[in-house]
Design a protein around this ligand. Structure first.
Ligand code: IVH
Length: 688
């Protein structure tokens, strides 16, 4: 900036309109051209207000208020109409007092809404045409304004910023799903479209270990100058407002948005007296939503009334956001506990000071793996935010206030057996992403790993009654050290245990009796060998008998159904390490003949997985169909999967499902996975 501040020594109140205009021009240049404003937004607004009071028709005001369709310089964009916020409430009472205010206005008693009896408001809410509302989820993303020119082309995408001035994000914005580059069948007028850019929870799931929450990732991605963290195509846009398109009601407006090529934010129409019921229903059903939402936005449907009610400097009067009770809480990290799984993998768990989360006291939260621990850089005494997102297990969302303690690190010795630990990179089953995991290097000598193994054995063979607590007790008393010991349990041993009544003992022994005959695939799975899950066990069982499987070399296993060297090595090692255990088990149980599935159908040798919505038949029938035609199937994409069948239009979708993502990744790694659409699959293998 070369120019000096004009009229530096004088008070704005003393300036003539033209002098004020010159001052405003100076500040515009400082803001837009130099990116170095010298006054605050509030001071700027005060200058504009002063000029408006002095000379309402001054051309400078035209320049500010009705700036050209796209007023922006550098990264900054002026919103022709400010992007306001929403009035908020947390309870029904807040919603009711908002509604009472509207009712009083409509009934011509705006000055004393409190004098309106509840009954009068209620009957108005149930029947007045003005009391019709539209409810939409309050999406937890970032507000975005899209401007389209008279030719229907996208000119600009901008963030909300401070409501008056946002940031130009056109380059990434035009790549967001649901942002058309050209409007469909529009009338030739300039149009501004407002809505929320968000990252769906399903897309977020794939990267959840590396980012705090979908909103921050969406914001970072949209605003990124280069190398966005994820492709902007994974973001999506829900439209909630149109400016420049005539409409009489909110519902009509959302319909117009659809016609122009936008996805309107999901909405429900209601009368105001139904709001409480609708709120409760939406709150209860929100787990099904594939986006984060922190409440409902309730807007008056009639736009004439909305217009008449106007806005405060902060929010329009015709709408209110009613927030859901949060599933989040703030607490203190007491310590990080390391929990040993049956495979020897050691998972960090956050032990926190008790905190109430959705009505339950929580003292533990999952940290998933070492990558998550590192990302948060946790320290004892940290103030942390716990969130229960979509599921039942709370997790640490973020550190609010770090303590000055040293950072928690993965232990070098197993907390259960003291053996050395080691770190490994592993593909996360759910997300297909690579994460760092800690494991005990001697799981076969580790008490914790062994007791979890025992639980796995009982769960796989469906031994009812042998849960966590019972097994813990049996282990503690030295009655059982591994699954083979279950078969030597006597009624006398069990009856001495606290609360083990006669019936319970009889039931437990009957369950053990049941496990004396097991199918080969179940037996193999129950061994708890890493990489030998249900699907692989099914495959190997097709090989014949246990002796034959135990005799297989690593190379033979690797070649079998292209299991691959790494899996084969783990399985072979697992079988050898458990030699004595297997022999002891075989002394107590018999392996029954495998239910052989047809091995000569068109799908013989194939392991087929399904993802997405199927049209030809429902998924469970499709899985039965695969087995009936000689193939194998399952629910998780693994290295053994040979074919992924993708239903719906997922193949074209910008956001692949986690199954598709994992299959693509495995294929990139050289696995022979074929990916077919449902139509291609059934056409090739001949279902009718
Ligand atoms: S209506 C005055 N509908 O919430 C703006 N807003 O606190 C009224 N938001 O920045 C917009 N979901 O971006 C509306 N279904 C929804 C919304 C929604 C999220 C955001 C909006 C605004 C913020 C206001």
């Amino acid at each position: 900036m070369t120019k000096d501040l004009p009229y530096a020594g004088r008070r704005p109140e003393d300036l003539a309109p033209d002098e004020l205009a010159e001052l405003l021009q100076f500040h515009d240049a400082a803001y837009f051209e130099d990116g170095r404003p010298v006054i605050s937004d509030a001071q700027y607004d005060a200058l504009v207000a002063l000029l408006r009071a002095r000379a309402p028709d001054h051309p400078q005001l035209q320049r500010v208020g009705a700036a050209p369709a796209v007023a922006h310089a550098g990264d900054k964009v002026v919103h022709e109409r400010p992007m306001l916020s929403l009035d908020k409430c947390n309870e029904f009472s807040g919603f009711w007092s908002w509604l009472r205010g509207i009712c009083a206005d409509v009934l011509g008693r705006p000055n004393n809404p409190k004098s309106l009896p509840d009954e009068e408001v209620r009957s108005w809410a149930a029947s007045a045409p003005e009391a019709r509302l539209v409810a939409t989820p309050k999406i937890d993303g970032l507000a975005c304004s899209l401007r389209y020119g008279a030719d229907g082309r996208l000119l600009l995408a901008a963030t909300r910023g401070d409501g008056r001035i946002g940031e130009d994000v056109t380059a990434n914005g035009r790549r967001v799903q649901g942002v058309p580059s050209v409007l469909r069948g529009h009338s030739g007028a300039e149009v501004e479209v407002r809505g929320e850019v968000y990252l769906s929870l399903s897309a977020f799931a794939a990267v959840a270990d590396s980012y705090a929450n979908p909103r921050n990732l969406a914001a970072g991605t949209l605003k990124a100058k280069d190398n966005p963290a994820i492709p902007p195509e994974q973001l999506a846009f829900y439209c909630y407002d149109l400016i420049g398109v005539p409409a009489g009601s909110e519902v009509e407006k959302l319909g117009q948005a659809r016609l122009l090529g936008f996805e309107p934010v999901p909405f429900v129409e209601l009368t105001a007296d139904q709001a409480q019921k609708v709120f409760a229903e939406q709150d209860a059903g929100k787990q099904q939503w594939d986006f984060e939402a922190d409440g409902l936005v309730l807007r008056l449907n009639e736009l004439g009334l909305v217009q008449r009610l106007g806005a405060t400097a902060h929010h329009p009067r015709g709408a209110i956001a009613w927030k859901f009770a949060v599933d989040a809480g703030t607490t203190t990290l007491v310590e990080v506990e390391w929990s040993v799984a049956r495979t020897g993998i050691i998972t960090p768990v956050a032990i926190v000071a008790p905190v109430l989360l959705s009505g339950a006291t929580v003292t533990r939260a999952t940290l998933h793996n070492v990558s998550t621990l590192r990302r948060h850089g946790l320290r004892k005494g940290d103030q942390v935010e716990l969130v229960r997102r979509g599921g039942v297990i709370p997790h640490v969302e973020r550190v609010l206030l770090p303590s000055d303690q040293p950072q928690e690190l993965p232990p070098s010795a197993c907390p259960s057996c003291g053996s050395a630990t080691a770190l490994a990179e592993r593909l996360d089953d759910k997300t297909g992403e690579s994460v760092a995991v800690l494991y005990c290097t001697k799981p076969d000598q580790c008490t914790a790993a062994k007791s979890r193994q025992l639980l796995h054995f009982c769960q796989t063979l469906e031994l009812e009654g042998f849960g966590d607590k019972v097994l813990e007790l049996l282990t503690e008393r030295g009655l059982v050290s591994d699954a083979a010991d279950l078969f030597t349990l006597q009624a006398g041993d069990l009856q001495t245990l606290p609360r083990f009544g006669e019936t319970m003992v009889a039931n437990l022994l009957a369950q053990v009796q049941k496990a004396r005959r097991v199918p080969l695939a179940g037996f193999l799975t129950a061994l708890g060998i890493p990489s030998l899950g249900k699907q692989t066990a099914q495959l190997l069982a097709g090989r014949g008998d246990l002796a034959a499987i135990r005799a297989m070399t690593v190379q033979e296993i690797a070649k079998f159904h292209s299991l691959g060297d790494k899996t084969a090595e783990t399985i072979a090692t697992g079988l050898v390490e458990r030699k004595e255990f297997i022999d002891r088990l075989l002394a107590h149980l018999a392996i029954t003949a495998e239910e052989r599935h047809s091995q000569d159908g068109p799908l013989a040798g194939q392991v087929v997985l399904f993802t997405g919505a199927l049209v030809v038949m429902k998924r469970s029938d499709a899985q039965k169909w695969v087995v009936a035609h000689g193939g194998l199937t399952g629910d998780t994409v693994t290295a053994e999967t040979t074919l992924l069948v993708v239903g719906g239009d997922e193949l074209e979708a910008a956001v692949p499902s986690s199954k598709l993502k994992k299959a693509l990744k495995l294929r990139d790694q050289g696995r022979p996975i074929e990916i077919l659409s449902e139509a291609e699959f059934f056409a090739r293998y001949g279902a009718t």
